[in-house]
Design a protein around this ligand. Structure first.
Ligand code: NGO
Length: 510
């Protein structure tokens, strides 16, 4: 007998034996079928085999085995060829770069993909099929059972992102790694880092050293700030890459630039450096659009940021340039965009940039709140050939409060319950936007009110998995009533991982 995920599932008990595997996964796979009566049990003699090993495929196997060794205490050697758990990159290219097939029966687990990235996504699913205690960093008692199942899976969208604003408050390399770890559990593949704003500059640029010597030492509320050295940034990029996540660096322009304007007097129209800023107002700063030095500055910054980033995108911000006359803004954006292209990257920017002429291959990030103007700008971007990433502020912003009692966060875009953050379709949210122009979703986390990881985790969980599912799962699988049961299951994993998640009353936490 086959059970598919399309049926609403309600499970009164939550033991591994009685809980079908399809009740547990986020994001919901494209298809999943239970192998009734079959149960895999991981034994101490198990091996992890890699078929057609490459460095990347072996690294996926090594990461997986290393994690499970901690919780199971089993040796789990990684070997070439088939194992008890076999990871194979011999799958057909029809699976796509991130697609995979997974089969769990009585005696073996097999993940097949066409690429190491596909294997990684499959292993991510396998981790969720294992009991929550498998995520523990210390040895736990078994049994390590997985209900028999077959899964065939691939993402709906290629861009599935999460953003961290390290400018309003700085977060360390260790914090960013934790953020990557938690986001990669839900198959997100883009880490957007908001690296500069009025309050602080966070990435080393050798040709303009005052940025980090001076303007890195500031943040909201007057804390110490900080910045990523080139070595730090390389460490983040590599850690993300090992988890098949691409770093999207943002240098916000022409507004949100007080940190740069405070560091270099000559960037200002009047030649006077502005004071450092530790408040939370927006829209008061602007680069000087008619100064050649502005573009020499951006040329250097984009060059050094491009050198530090293997991904093909640089985000140039473009939001809330309230202190830049609009005609200047329309002059500025194409000039800044040209510099991004000159350094070999695609331009990404908040939806305001679509009012200006954009180079081919640009990406417009929609952060509207259902307002006509923002939606019109997204459409205008598409008319110019741009693609769209959906980050509607009244749904996808992780810094909005859940309800009026949420102790942190903002509410300018409204209160965003877990249900509200999940219940929208990226393809149809903006009327008359061609569905084919939408390349994915991103959940931004702005940190005006957040200065440590406990509060970050509180705002991110439990909402981020929902946005991740909107980016991965087919539209036909998106259903709040079943999603919320699957989300409830994740709570036990977060407990094991020590995640400070918000126990939203909408969810029937186990
Ligand atoms: C806006 C603004 C940011 C704020 C954020 C707070 C965009 C794109 N610009 O989003 O500077 O930090 O809201 O929610």
């Amino acid at each position: 007998m086959e059970a598919t995920f399309h049926k609403p599932l309600r499970w009164l008990t939550s033991t591994a034996e009685s809980r079908p595997p399809e009740a547990t996964l986020i994001p919901q796979p494209v298809t999943q079928t239970a192998l009734q009566g079959q149960t895999f049990t991981l034994q101490s003699s198990a091996t992890v085999g890699v078929v057609t090993p490459s460095e990347a495929a072996s690294s996926v196997a090594d990461q997986f085995a290393a994690r499970l060794r901690l919780s199971t205490g089993f040796p789990l050697p990684v070997q070439p060829g088939a194992g008890t758990i076999t990871l194979s990159t011999d799958g057909p290219s029809s699976l796509g770069a991130e697609g995979y097939e997974l089969r769990v029966d009585d005696s073996t687990v097999t993940i097949t993909a066409a690429t190491p990235e596909g294997l990684f996504r499959g292993v991510t699913t396998l981790r969720q099929l294992l009991p929550a205690k498998a995520e523990a960093a210390t040895e736990q008692a078994g049994p390590w059972e997985i209900a028999g199942t077959t899964i065939s899976d691939a993402p709906r969208y290629p861009y599935r992102g999460v953003m961290l604003d390290v400018s309003r408050h700085f977060f360390s390399v260790a914090d960013v790694k934790r953020y990557i770890d938690l986001a990669s559990l839900y198959k997100l593949n883009q880490l957007h880092l908001h690296l500069s704003d009025d309050q602080g500059w966070r990435i080393q640029v050798d040709s303009w050293p005052e940025l980090t010597k001076y303007a890195a030492g500031s943040e909201v509320g007057g804390g110490p700030g900080g910045h990523f050295t080139k070595a730090d940034f390389a460490e983040i990029v590599m850690y993300a890459a090992e988890r098949f996540m691409t770093v999207v660096p943002e240098i916000d322009t022409p507004g949100h630039t007080n940190a740069a304007l405070a560091s270099y007097a000559e960037l200002n129209a009047d030649g006077e450096a502005t004071p450092l800023y530790t408040g939370t107002e927006v829209g008061f700063s602007s680069l000087t659009v008619d100064k050649d030095l502005t573009y020499e500055f951006l040329d250097d910054v984009f060059r050094e940021v491009a050198e530090q980033t293997p991904g093909d995108v640089i985000h140039l911000g473009g939001d809330e340039a309230h202190s830049t006359p609009h005609s200047d803004y329309l002059t500025f954006v194409p000039k800044a965009a040209e510099l991004v292209v000159k350094h070999g990257k695609r331009v990404m920017g908040w939806h305001e940039i679509a009012d200006a002429d954009l180079p081919a291959g640009s990406i417009v990030q929609y952060w509207g709140t259902d307002d006509d103007r923002a939606q019109a700008l997204a459409r205008k971007g598409v008319t110019q050939g741009a693609e769209v990433v959906m980050s509607p502020a009244n749904r996808a912003y992780l810094d909005m409060k859940y309800d009026q009692d949420t102790p942190y966060g903002l509410d300018w875009a409204g209160l965003i319950s877990v249900e509200k953050s999940y219940s929208w379709d990226p393809a149809t949210l903006i009327p008359e936007l061609p569905e084919s122009a939408v390349i994915g979703v991103e959940a931004p986390l702005w940190t005006e009110t957040l200065d440590n990881m406990a509060t970050v985790e509180f705002m991110v969980f439990p909402r981020l998995p929902g946005v991740a599912e909107l980016g991965w799962s087919p539209a036909s699988a998106l259903e709040w009533s079943t999603y919320k049961d699957r989300l409830a299951e994740q709570g036990s994993r977060w407990e094991v991982l020590g995640v400070n998640f918000y126990r939203a009353p909408e969810i029937d936490w186990r």
